[in-house]
Design a protein around this ligand. Structure first.
Ligand code: SF4
Length: 468
């Protein structure tokens, strides 16, 4: 049975302990968030669509892990079968390492390997993936004419049915993977010996816990770290924080001795110690809208960024407005909600409604990590100058004013903000999740609509907390 796969190899490159724990103690993994599930789903959807680039292939996907060895035999047999020109998810095994290749395409006497990425640019991890796959293919004796990564072309504009030849780009990484073969070979041997250890390797927490991906054993490995440790501050960056940690700075008191009394990290440690938040009020108040507006609207946009464009005229990952909630005194019962969940082709109907609604207010408050101005400009809402200068993004304002709370180590979100300011409030941000999802199965839209309103109420509460 194989010991390594593509994902466990990548995990092992990040941290030997993560690999060992995954293989021997998987029950200690942190629970997968709905956002992570949505990301995995997106990768699968794009992979299946990409098959159309080389149609008519034989799908080698096993129905269950018990079929892997059978599929390895079938894949090898298909290589010698002139009737098979394309294989999807072909399964190969070499030196206890098992891979599934997205597409293998016959190219004369040889084969072209293609690995699909649901992204618009290629990262180091993708190159590492490809290098491992090449190592296994070469080890299995597959004659390769090329190895290509396939990814989404950012400038593709949908016009009618999806044209996969235009949607995807192919880039050869053959020279790179050949050059990396020795590196992969050494790492495969190293990681196999890690898995064979009688106990977990001793690895201290460090920068690798979040780089390149947040490790899903943090709940286990970090449990000895006090919840108010300076390691949860954000002002200095993990490299610097762990340098102190490994140099024996093992308490907040020791860390504070090394810092200037008015440094940002000092303020953050004080917030950690008192389980409260820090904000630079001088900067915050300098950003306060002037003069006091007579009418304020709170706006929450629910945007979707599908990897594969769904609507004519849009590009991969281009935002479209799925719904919005507007809270303000001119709205019947104080809140207006619009959505196109039932038919996304109607999304542009939101724009004239938004322009009309927003023009009745002096200030429009929102909380969004996106550059809302860019979004509104793209949708030609800000061309209406009456509206453009009224938008006040609390997210940007709090960042500029160095807002910090122990909950925001992983980034400022409305949910974490509400935990910081109003610990009793319960908030679930569907809007962030929809941004990551192409599949609607992961969430219920009725629930999403209710949460859209609840989020907006939290935006209003936050604005009033700081500015009223
Ligand atoms: S949490 Fe950090 S130390 Fe623990 S397994 Fe993950 S990367 Fe390794």
């Amino acid at each position: 049975m194989a010991i390594l796969s593509k994902s466990t190899y990548i995990k092992g490159l990040q941290c030997e302990k993560a690999l060992y724990m995954y293989k021997k103690h998987p029950y200690l993994r942190d629970k997968l968030s709905i956002e992570q599930r949505a990301k995995f789903q997106r990768g699968t959807d794009v992979g299946v669509l990409a098959h159309k680039y080389f149609p008519g292939g034989m799908d080698m996907s096993p129905d269950s892990p018990s079929q892997f060895q059978e599929k390895v035999q079938e894949t090898m047999a298909n290589l010698a079968n002139p009737a098979v020109n394309v294989m999807y998810e072909a399964v190969f095994q070499h030196n206890d390492t098992l891979i599934m290749l997205d597409m293998l395409v016959r190219d004369g006497d040889q084969w072209m390997a293609v690995e699909v990425k649901s992204s618009m640019r290629l990262s180091d991890t993708y190159y590492n993936d490809a290098a491992l796959q090449y190592y296994v293919l070469h080890g299995c004796g597959v004659p390769l004419s090329d190895f290509k990564l396939m990814y989404l072309y950012a400038d593709y504009v949908k016009n009618g049915p999806i044209d996969v030849k235009q949607l995807f780009k192919l880039e050869s990484v053959l020279d790179y993977v050949i050059e990396r073969e020795e590196f992969v070979s050494k790492n495969v041997e190293r990681l196999k010996s890690v898995v064979a250890l009688p106990h977990s390797p001793v690895v201290n927490i460090g920068t690798q816990c979040n780089n390149p991906y947040p490790c899903d054993f943090q709940g286990h490995c970090w449990k000895h770290v006090p919840k108010n440790s300076y390691l949860f501050t954000t002002a200095m960056g993990d490299e610097t924080l762990f340098e102190s940690y490994f140099n024996g700075v093992n308490s907040n008191a020791k860390m504070l001795q090394q810092l200037a009394p008015d440094s940002e990290t000092t303020h953050q440690i004080e917030a950690l110690e008192t389980n409260s938040y820090y904000i630079d009020y001088k900067t915050l108040y300098s950003l306060k809208p002037q003069p006091d507006p007579k009418s304020v609207a709170y706006l929450n946009l629910l945007l979707n960024r599908p990897a594969v464009p769904e609507i004519d005229g849009t590009r991969p990952y281009e935002e479209m407005i799925l719904a919005f909630a507007l809270q303000g005194k001119h709205e019947p019962e104080g809140c207006f909600v619009w959505d196109c969940f039932d038919d996304r082709n109607r999304w542009s109907e939101s724009i004239p409604i938004l322009i009309d609604k927003l023009s009745h207010y002096e200030l429009i408050v929102c909380f969004t990590p996106q550059n809302l101005t860019t979004t509104l400009l793209r949708h030609k809402i800000l061309q209406n100058r009456e509206i453009g200068h009224k938008v006040f993004n609390l997210f940007d304002t709090l960042q500029v004013a160095h807002f910090y709370h122990p909950t925001i180590k992983r980034g400022l979100t409305l949910q974490r903000l509400s935990e910081a300011l109003f610990p009793d409030a319960k908030l679930f941000e569907h809007s962030r999740i929809i941004l990551e999802a192409t599949s609607n199965d992961l969430i219920g839209y009725q629930q999403a609509k209710e949460d859209l309103i609840a989020e907006n109420e939290m935006v209003a509460r936050t604005y009033q907390h700081f500015f009223k």
